[in-house]
Design a protein around this ligand. Structure first.
Ligand code: CMC
Length: 430
């Protein structure tokens, strides 16, 4: 007989099924608990709630394991490319040569923006945050090809996915160029995904930017490392919005907004701001670490993770890449030295050790992007570009689930109990 859990409340016992995943992660299925007992479960912040069953990404936070569709992250980071990893995350298998070529062609065909979309950029002030622009433009994009908004057939879905992954790169580059007051540079069909992004960001009309293959590789690797991360804040948002049968673009645009926050994708920007702040104030690493420990409103950005309690495997790969890129570009960044020192001091401090706080993916990625010349406001946009395959794959999973229902958590209400309406004249205060 399948394993079951028993919950005893007072003199009543309830039997609850245990669900086991392919990596032997076990969960108590409480789906029928309220019907049986009137009880709901409470887990503020979802620290211990499985919100779905998914086949895309496996994480073991205790052991620092991350795999997309079964493939270890270090093997993908070493051997795959971003378009290939994107296909893997979305469709479940490494693509054949023909599948990858078709997907790449679809991305190339969809790389330019409709002229009408380009006009939208003029409506944003130069100070607008590129994450706000990205989210707005993804929603606007949907209007230009409504047939792709509810793609039920695989062929249409593949095109919708390729179009989204391809165009977010163009949107990112155009928003960067527009904010800088520079002419927009059109994509080049002969360049690969990541080289094309760098070309659109850094070429000028009479001065083409020739991306260094090692730089292209480092950014491509950053995208691979960000491609999915199971039920984080933004991905859960995409699934939540998608569960109402909202279209792919609307769901992903919501994911961009969730990612924007400094505790999520915004952390890479905050890491650099934290390091430059230290530099400008001339504050020592030791004094800053003390402040983090004393004042709960000051966080060591790029440290800590809800799931990883041993190490973040992405951080290790990025740290190695960071050393390589800076050496290749012949750059010495004092912020890298500060980051290394900060890591060293924090990892010896009982505050961080006891709370199992380690550098996460954002701790060193900003230093690589800075070395490439990507401005700090664009960092989270780079994270969003990388996370597209995960969001798209999760949206597809929600839509393909024959038992899918709209996501609708419950709550424990703790507000005022019923009271009578008080007319204005009877209310106290001004
Ligand atoms: N600096 C100082 N203290 C920290 C930090 C930090 N970066 N992270 C956690 N803590 C402390 C926290 O104050 C708490 O201490 P106490 O038990 O004394 O109250 C304890 O560690 C547990 O923290 P928590 O807030 O309950 O942890 P969480 O799982 O809710 O938050 C986190 C995870 C990533 C939001 C958090 O570690 C954090 O704010 N880190 C800095 C921001 C950051 O780097 N975010 C990027 C995450 S990786 C990319 C992504 O997936 O989005």
């Amino acid at each position: 007989m399948a394993e079951q859990a028993t919950l005893t409340v007072g003199d009543q016992s309830y039997t609850l099924p245990i669900v086991e995943g392919t990596e032997h992660e076990r969960a108590v299925d409480i789906g029928k608990l309220r019907g049986q007992s009137g009880l709901i479960t409470l887990d503020d912040g979802y620290g211990n709630t499985g919100s779905c069953v998914s086949e895309i990404t496996f994480i073991n936070g205790e052991e620092g394991i991350l795999r997309y569709r079964g493939y270890p992250i270090d093997e993908l980071a070493e051997q795959s490319t971003f378009p290939e990893t994107a296909w893997l995350c979305i469709f479940g298998e490494l693509p054949t040569r023909a599948q990858l070529s078709r997907f790449s062609d679809l991305m190339t065909q969809n790389q330019a923006l409709h002229q009408g979309l380009l006009h939208h950029f003029a409506g944003f002030p130069p100070s607008a945050h590129p994450m706000g622009i990205l989210s707005a433009m993804i929603n606007a994009m949907a209007a230009y090809q409504p047939v792709l908004m509810q793609p039920e057939q695989l062929d249409l879905f593949e095109e919708a996915a390729a179009r989204l992954i391809s165009k977010v790169r163009t949107i990112a580059a155009v928003s960067y160029k527009t904010a800088a007051g520079h002419p927009v540079i059109h994509p080049r069909p002969d360049l690969g995904y990541t080289a094309n992004l760098l070309h659109m960001m850094f070429s000028e009309p009479y001065a083409p930017y020739e991306p260094d293959p090692d730089v292209v590789r480092a950014l491509d690797q950053i995208f691979i490392l960000h491609a999915d991360h199971e039920q984080n804040c933004s991905t859960s948002t995409v699934r939540m919005v998608g569960s109402s049968q909202a279209n792919l673009y609307a769901s992903v645009a919501a994911g961009v907004c969730a990612l924007w926050g400094p505790l999520h994708g915004g952390a890479n920007q905050k890491v650099i701001q934290m390091l430059t702040g230290l530099q400008e104030r001339g504050e020592s690493i030791e004094s800053f670490v003390e402040r983090v420990k004393q004042d709960s409103s000051v966080r060591l950005m790029g440290f800590g993770h809800r799931v990883y309690k041993n190490h973040d495997p992405r951080a290790q790969i990025i740290k190695a890449s960071c050393d390589k890129v800076l050496a290749k570009l012949g750059q010495e960044d004092p912020l890298l030295d500060m980051a290394r020192r900060l890591e060293e001091v924090a990892l010896q401090d009982p505050y961080f050790v006891d709370r199992k706080l380690y550098p996460n993916v954002d701790f060193y990625s900003g230093i690589i992007m800075r070395a490439i010349g990507i401005p700090v406001e664009m960092f989270t946009v780079m994270f969003a570009i990388g996370r597209m395959p995960g969001w798209i794959g999760h949206w597809r999973e929600v839509h393909q689930n024959p038992k899918a229902r709209i996501y609708r958590p419950r709550q424990v209400y703790n507000g005022a109990t019923q009271r009578g309406y008080v007319p204005m004249a009877g209310r106290s205060g001004k």
